[in-house]
Design a protein around this ligand. Structure first.
Ligand code: DC
Length: 225
């Protein structure tokens, strides 16, 4: 079974997808984390300039040496993201990575590389995958497709609180600018832009609790089992 969860940044896709994975018995795959890992490597190697232009030639050469994986942390009871064996889970959530990830995710060969891995990950497992193009490109025949949305103000407030709670130094305007910029780039890029497919169930969670949302989504998934 494949469940696709797409939608704008900070709509709580990963929060609900993780809870649903446990409830329904699916493997959770965070595809945004994969784009963030490539962005981290771009930053570490100095392959992006101030204007956000990526040195694509150099990136293309080092892409195949990047081994991205997810490992379960028994203590924290969650999956964490690894790059070549290094735990990069918290590093990929930094504002620096967030500020550059949309430019990296707009590069065609980066998408092809990661989409191939995402399809491979679902070959022998039942998965719930969250991202921007899961229902439209990665798995157009997914059993269930959700498209998550929420008002920009609610999303900015949530993201700001999440970063503050993690102890990250940020100001509200910076978070607002980042979300607005990512919304724009993610939905206007040439390759696999964020799109709501006709067969997706739209969930506007601006005024829903996480529990209400999970209940509703689990019911829909159960009907397809
Ligand atoms: O879900 P997230 O905020 O961690 O995603 C980070 C960025 O990666 C997001 O701005 C767009 C990009 N992304 C994408 O283009 N395609 C996906 N399937 C997942 C994420």
């Amino acid at each position: 079974m494949i469940v696709a969860v797409d939608g704008f940044s900070s709509t709580g896709k990963s929060t609900v997808a993780k809870l649903i994975a446990v409830r329904v018995g699916l493997t959770y795959i965070d595809t945004g984390a994969m784009y963030r890992v490539v962005t981290l490597e771009v930053l570490r190697r100095g392959l992006i300039d101030e204007a956000g232009n990526v040195n694509e030639e150099k990136l293309n050469k080092c892409l195949s040496s990047m081994k991205i994986s997810f490992k379960y942390n028994e203590e924290k009871k969650c999956y964490e993201t690894y790059l070549n064996g290094e735990n990069v889970e918290s590093t990929i959530r930094s504002m620096d990575v967030a500020n550059h990830v949309s430019s990296v995710a707009a590069i065609g060969f980066v998408r092809e590389f990661l989409v191939a891995q995402q399809r491979e990950m679902a070959r022998n497992e039942n998965v719930i995958m969250d991202g921007r193009d899961i229902g439209s490109v990665v798995f157009p025949n997914a059993d269930v497709k959700f498209f998550m949305t929420a008002s920009p103000k609610v999303r900015i407030d949530r993201r700001f609180k999440e970063l503050k709670d993690k102890g990250v130094e940020v100001n509200y305007e910076e978070v607002k600018a980042n979300i607005e910029k990512r919304d724009y780039i993610d939905s206007h890029r040439e390759m696999s832009p964020l799109r709501q497919t006709a067969d997706a169930v739209v969930i506007d969670n601006s005024y829903m609790t996480v529990e209400e949302e999970v209940e509703m989504m689990v019911k829909i998934i159960e009907t397809k089992r």
